[in-house]
Design a protein around this ligand. Structure first.
Ligand code: GLU
Length: 452
């Protein structure tokens, strides 16, 4: 059984990158009938906000990404306390007393010497007396997880293939601040264990976190921590997606602020966003697909490439049009202009880039329309059209055939003045479908008016 999770920090709105991660985890779970958890990573009380939590839920709702259960890190502090105690008892957590400034100086010195800024474990080398002196100064310690340098950290990444890290090249991560608050690294591993998460799918920016977390998982298992019901004793499978970049190929600020509100305002349908984000960066073609089951079926980590996935807003607009052309009336009914029924939607739909444009096209049916002025020759032709207009199964076919016979016109000279007189436009919906909606009386009135 597969269990995935999407774990946003409620310190801002969701952006395309988060939406992509949410979508992929959702599809991964749905494809196998598994469970998809929404986990709110709100250990940072200062930066987390309840309105962002609400906005995350609302955005996922709008996108149609439904979660099976919701978890909150802020409700799980007792579990982190237990895990912390277990790791501490196992000698895998140690107190540190450096101030932020001291650490910064150390970092700069290392960088200045051309060395990676890895924490030097100075706190580990303190003698009992030195530690006692720090405590006497009432410096509250922060806490680091002691990485095991003995063995390389390896995993087979679902997207990147075999991965190997030398733990000595990583800093022992701070897992708890001096004020007792939790940093991301340990709670996330504790949650993945307790919630039986089987697949961790996230962005490439988490690759080195995974190396660290694999050791945290392993240390927790060794400390017999995983004792709750539903908890797993196995490492989840990890997969890291190449990051999303802008069209120009760079990480763009714009993407970081592009979210559901912006899409909604621009008339982008959730299905278009899903169609793009489901397949961007994979070997599957990006197509406008309304049927989510099709997207889910074709979702496969093996199709993911390692090159950054380029997000192009033009692709999104193109997909949106493709989606709108397929949307059933039931999906859009509440957003259509008054009086526009299913038949109307089907006639107008192929002309739309956004559902919001239906209103201006619907005016072709309800009127008033603005006709161009016609040359005398065309006026006579349109007067003839008004006379020949007859109502049956196919009034447009009947009218154009009768006019062809009566006037000898064909092609553009036959069709264009009619379209202009009936709609005020040079292009637009299929006239055979549109004319029945305009209705006989209104059509005749428009033709007569154009005839002058
Ligand atoms: N809250 C973390 C983030 O938003 C979660 C990362 C993870 O998936 O473990 O980056």
């Amino acid at each position: 059984m597969i269990t995935t999770r999407f774990a946003p920090s409620p310190t801002g709105r969701l952006h395309v990158g988060n939406i992509r991660t949410a979508l992929h985890n959702w599809m991964l779970a749905r494809r196998s009938g598994g469970t998809f958890i929404l986990r709110i990573d709100d250990t940072d009380a200062e930066r987390s906000r309840e309105d962002y939590v609400d906005a995350i839920r609302a955005d996922l709702d709008w996108l149609g990404i439904a979660w099976d259960s919701e978890e909150r890190q802020s409700a799980r502090f007792d579990r982190y306390e237990t895990a912390f105690a277990a790791l501490k008892a196992a000698g895998r957590i140690y107190p540190c007393y450096e101030s932020a400034q001291e650490l910064d100086v150390k970092r700069k010195i290392a960088l200045g010497r051309g060395l990676p800024p890895i924490y030097d474990r100075a706190a580990l080398k303190l003698t009992e007396a030195e530690r006692a002196a720090k405590e006497a100064e009432v410096i509250a310690p922060h806490w680091r997880f002691l990485l095991d340098h003995a063995e390389p950290i390896v995993w087979d990444d679902g997207i990147r293939g075999p991965q190997k890290f030398d733990a000595a090249q990583l800093s022992d991560p701070v897992i708890r601040r001096a004020d007792g608050s939790w940093l991301y690294m340990m709670p996330s591993a504790v949650d993945d264990i307790d919630m039986g998460v089987t697949q961790v799918l996230r962005g490439e920016d988490h690759v080195s976190n995974t190396a660290v977390q694999i050791q945290i998982f392993t240390a927790l298992f060794a400390a017999k921590f995983a004792a709750t019901e539903g908890a797993t004793k196995m490492l989840p499978a990890f997969a890291h997606e190449a990051l999303l970049v802008g069209r120009e190929g760079k990480l763009s600020k714009r993407l970081g602020s592009l979210g559901c509100d912006a899409f909604r305002e621009r008339g982008i349908e959730p299905e278009a966003i899903l169609s793009l984000l489901a397949r961007l960066g994979t070997s599957e073609p990006v197509e406008p697909i309304v049927d989510r089951a099709r997207l889910i079926e074709s979702f496969d980590l093996a199709t993911f490439g390692r090159a950054p996935a380029k997000f192009d807003e033009e692709d999104l607009n193109r997909l949106n049009a493709g989606i709108v052309h397929q949307l059933p009336f039931s999906a859009v009914a509440t957003r259509l202009p008054p009086g526009m029924d299913e038949a109307g939607w089907h006639v107008i739909r192929p002309n739309l880039a956004h559902v919001g444009e239906a209103e201006s096209w619907w005016r072709l049916v309800t009127g008033p329309i603005a006709q161009p002025s016609f040359a005398d020759e065309d006026k006579a032709f349109l007067a003839e059209a008004a006379r020949l207009l007859a109502w049956g199964d196919n009034p447009w076919g009947a009218l154009t055939n009768a006019l062809k016979d009566a006037t000898g016109r064909k092609g553009k000279p036959l069709f264009l003045p009619l379209r202009q007189a009936l709609t005020g436009m040079d292009h637009g919906p299929d006239m055979g479908e549109l004319l029945p909606l305009i209705g006989e009386a209104e059509a005749r009135a428009r033709l007569e008016q154009a005839a002058g």
